[in-house]
Design a protein around this ligand. Structure first.
Ligand SMILES: *Cc1c(COP(=O)(O)O)cnc(C)c1O
Length: 456
């Protein structure tokens, strides 16, 4: 499989070459050049790892140890069950796909656990090392650290805003004692952390000397890993390969739902992809009006992992909408930079529905799902279910993606249900574990000094 840039200005590359890269050199995102399809017949009834191998082999055909990596990644020990992403039926025709059973209790584990093993394998084959630098407001950082802890050839330097994460999020990151994990607690806010990462990356000499890399959400391997559970969720919810289903996805950077779009392009019978946003409704606005209008700032909400002002994976979908015309995408993004928006209302959408949800909706949905089905959902999943039910069609099974465990968002659960969410096995005394982090000033030079003295 060869990969090209959404802006049409970069040479085609193999998967192994794009794995450790961020953006393509022309500023675009890498996408596969051809669109593979899969026969459903031979996959029905297979295990998660068998289906993962079938899907991923289409995109990662130059990873010699793919099967071994997949089998080491998707285990009962790491994801809590042999199903990896168990499907729970709330009532006939309405299902919840459990994506939050990994080490940090959020769906990002599904892709990042694979990415950690892919990175280690590729670096090992090349005899290279990598220093992953990132900024987090909570969730992505912990998923990345849990995916990369103990990996050979990799160090992780994660900036987080000191004193601004929940006790649970802090404990998930700072309790890691692996020597390759470096938590840098910045005396500032999340934007300071992000700016510091940008400044370090802007220093090309430093970046290449210390082999600085990232695990951002635009990495194609993350999209590919997420395609797998659309297939396994489909098989779990249907009896025959002719049946259509719809998926509802709480969205932020458009990575998760874009994987559903790819699954459909590979032959999965998906009727609708139902996109849900919170008050940060850039994407809902696009799917209702055809107008993509990035925001100047985000609104802080009780589904914080969807608080975005622009959706980083969205460019991949636009590339498909304009019939894979890279020059056109390049123009649109230029326009976005100067005007903050573009309009594609003339182009018919393809099988998406969308809606938006507010704090009050989340609270009401957490309450009603608990009252009706005895299930405690997290606020992101609640955004998804709220919008899903507005678009539900009789006779089309609806699969709602559960993107985080309620335990991570105790304050919202207390507000909705008047009690603490239960803790999954293994995280009972998490906040009591010893913690390790380095306090640093909001200054890129301080990060560089730290990396220079700790990188391998
Ligand atoms: C990251 C995240 C999302 C948004 O996923 P995207 O791929 O960015 O659309 C939704 N819910 C949770 C819990 C998340 O962590």
């Amino acid at each position: 499989m060869l990969y090209e840039s959404t802006r049409g200005g970069a040479p085609a590359r193999r998967f192994n070459e794009i794995l450790l890269e961020g953006l393509a050199p022309d500023g675009g995102l890498y996408v596969p050049q051809s669109r593979p399809t899969l026969d459903l017949g031979p996959l029905r009834g297979r295990s998660y790892t068998e289906i993962a191998c079938a899907v991923l082999a289409q995109f990662m055909d130059d990873v010699p140890d793919l099967k071994e990596i997949v089998e080491r990644t998707y285990t009962k020990e790491i994801f809590g069950s042999d199903d990896i992403v168990p499907l729970r039926t709330l009532e006939p025709g309405l299902h919840l796909l459990g994506l939050s059973n990994g080490p940090t209790l959020a769906f990002k584990d599904v892709a990042l656990q694979l990415l950690g093993n892919l990175f280690e394998s590729v670096l090992g084959r090349r005899g290279e090392t990598l220093n992953v630098l990132g900024a987090t407001s909570g969730d992505t950082g912990s998923a990345a650290e849990h995916a990369l802890r103990g990996k050979k050839g990799i160090d992780v330097f994660m900036l987080s805003p000191h004193g601004r994460m929940s006790a649970f999020q802090r404990a998930q990151m700072y309790s890691l004692m692996d020597p390759n994990i470096h938590n840098l607690a910045v005396k500032g806010v999340f934007d300071d952390c992000q700016d510091m990462v940008k400044q370090v990356n802007a220093d090309a000499a430093f970046k290449s000397k210390y082999r600085i890399g990232a695990v951002n959400s635009i990495n194609w391997a993350r999209v590919a890993a997420q395609v797998v559970y659309y297939f396994t969720g489909y098989f779990a919810a249907t009896r025959r390969d002719s049946e259509q289903v719809s998926f509802a996805v709480p969205s932020g950077n458009f990575g998760n739902i874009f994987a559903g779009y790819v699954a459909r392009a590979m032959g999965l019978p998906v009727k609708r992809l139902i996109l849900a946003t919170n008050e940060n409704d850039v994407l809902d606005e696009f799917f209702r009006s055809g107008r993509y209008r990035v925001r100047k700032a985000v609104v802080e909400t009780s589904s914080p992992s969807m608080d975005i002002s622009r959706a980083s994976n969205f460019e991949r979908y636009v590339f498909e909408l304009v019939a894979r015309d890279g020059a056109r995408v390049k123009k649109l993004w230029k326009q976005l930079e100067s005007n903050g928006e573009f309009d594609l209302s003339g182009i018919p959408g393809s099988g998406f529905a969308s809606g938006r949800s507010t704090h009050a909706d989340r609270i009401a949905t957490i309450r009603s799902v608990h009252a009706k089905y005895g299930v405690v959902i997290d606020p992101h999943t609640a955004d998804g279910i709220k919008v899903a039910l507005e678009h539900r069609e009789p006779d089309v099974p609806l699969i709602c993606l559960e993107t985080a465990a309620a335990a991570k968002f105790a304050a919202t659960i207390r507000e909705a249900l008047g009690r603490e969410p239960g803790r999954p096995k293994g995280c009972e005394g998490l906040e009591k574990l010893p913690q390790r982090f380095e306090l640093i000033e909001p200054d890129a030079a301080a990060v560089k000094r730290y990396i220079a003295s700790h990188a391998k």
